[in-house]
Ligand binder design. Sequence first.
Ligand code: MCA
Ligand code: AMP
Length: 477
Amino acid sequence: MLFPALHTTPDAPALRFGDRGLTYGHLARTAGALAHRIRAGVGDPPRVAVWATPSLETAVATVAALLAGAPVVPINPKIGHRELEHIVTDSEPGLVLTAPDVTLPSGLADVPRVDVTLADQAAPLTDEPDDTTPAFVVYTSGTTGAPKGVVLPRRAVVSTLDALEEAWQWTRDDVLVHALPLFHVHGLILGVLGPLRRGGSVRHVGRFSPAAVARELNDGATMMFGVPTMYHRIADEVTDDPRLAAAFGRARLLVSGSAALPVHDHDRITAATGQQVVERYGMTETLMNTSVRADGQRRPGSVGLPLRGVALRLVDDHGTPIDAFDGETVGEIEVRGPNLFTEYLNRPDATAEAFHDGWFRTGDMAVRDPDGYVRIVGRKATDLIKSGGYRIGAGEIENALLEHPGVAEVAVTGEPDDDLGERIVAWVVPHGTPPAADELSDHVARLLTPHKRPRVVRYLDALPRNDMGKIMKRALR
Ligand code: MCA
Ligand code: AMP
């Protein structure tokens, strides 16, 4: 059973989005009724798309689909038409679940729509499927090509959330606050299903601002989840605002993930609030791998120890395991455990390539301290960019830009950015008169999604290439 509190504590608060909330009893009835509709309507394969606005309806739709045993494909509500077409064709959802007031894009016109209503109708909960059943298909970028659908079984969700219960001493008394998008692992699986599995509650504040999060921390919230960009903005503001700093000082736990939180931001937050932010490290394919424990030593720049059930090793360039715990020897992180995905949907080739002797190759480079603490020092692939905590492949942006008539050649790179971690830069050899930077940026936003748009466009007469004709991206930096 994924969410025991649906059966045991009907009067306890479960979800709050702005000023709308649901108790566990109300959630059980609403999601129970929706689960019956999903089972009756979904067909085969039984996947459902969820139009993942930051709303109660998204949370209810997700819980209902999980109760029904229909894997959820969360869709970014700002998605562009090319990316949507790919996801719909690849995942073949039998239904799309959405809040009632939404106009869906034409790319979903052929998928039967079910409006999620919060009417308090009585419906018995269905029997839940077993642990190997897929719970989610989450689309995430690779270095080349279109995003891949990561198939996550229920077992992965359960094992990750229960390992975090232990690491963070996470209980039903915790009230989580965040402003994360609900179409990725961080906001949806950790940030909504996490509290529901514990029997606690989540308050989503909508658009992120330090003030909105602080209001909830002053009003009983105990934990915050965020990406480093959010903590960077918090660090900027708490430094000059003692009242804001006091609100963050009140939290039981501030957790950062999805990208590295720079030591400078750790230090500024600690100086102003007395809090030491806890970092955890995960991936769409692996859910959570490591974390600093609530009762463990906080060490800025470190993502802590492997979580319960997770085996982690470092390997060298030849794939040979590295024994060193010396804080110096760098290797690629490989992981194994019940937290892992089962496959990339429709991509046996990519699935096979992602594993090495049964271990998942993360592409993240790290060192281990003598006490086992893991420190991530970089990534193997320069063509994966992390901007605002979103993973973005250079290749998909290059392909999108090449569709613009004003672009003859292009290379996309990530450049250090204080706020976003990395910003997307497009190096363009124009075809005729160079198009305005905004035009190229809007082109990518329309085709793919706004967070994949280049923030900087630089024009060149030619791209640097080696003797084989391959673009030398390092020469662009
Ligand atoms: C901007 N906008 C546009 C355009 N430009 N819309 C259309 N066309 C354009 N050209 C819109 C955006 O959609 C957005 O709307 C608003 O204008 C501001 O956009 P932007 O500047 O991109 O926002 P930002 O200030 O850069 O956002 C920072 C952020 C965001 C809030 C931190 O990056 C964010 O939410 N990041 C979270 C990423 C995340 O959850 N990653 C988890 C991956 P609006 O504001 O209305 O949206 S899962 C994972 O990584 C693993 C498992 C893990 O370890 O967690
Ligand atoms: P995604 O698949 O979008 O979930 O991105 C996963 C990637 O985010 C990982 O492979 C890491 O490169 C990065 N990541 C997640 N958490 C952290 C962290 N705490 N520190 C550094 N990198 C992180």
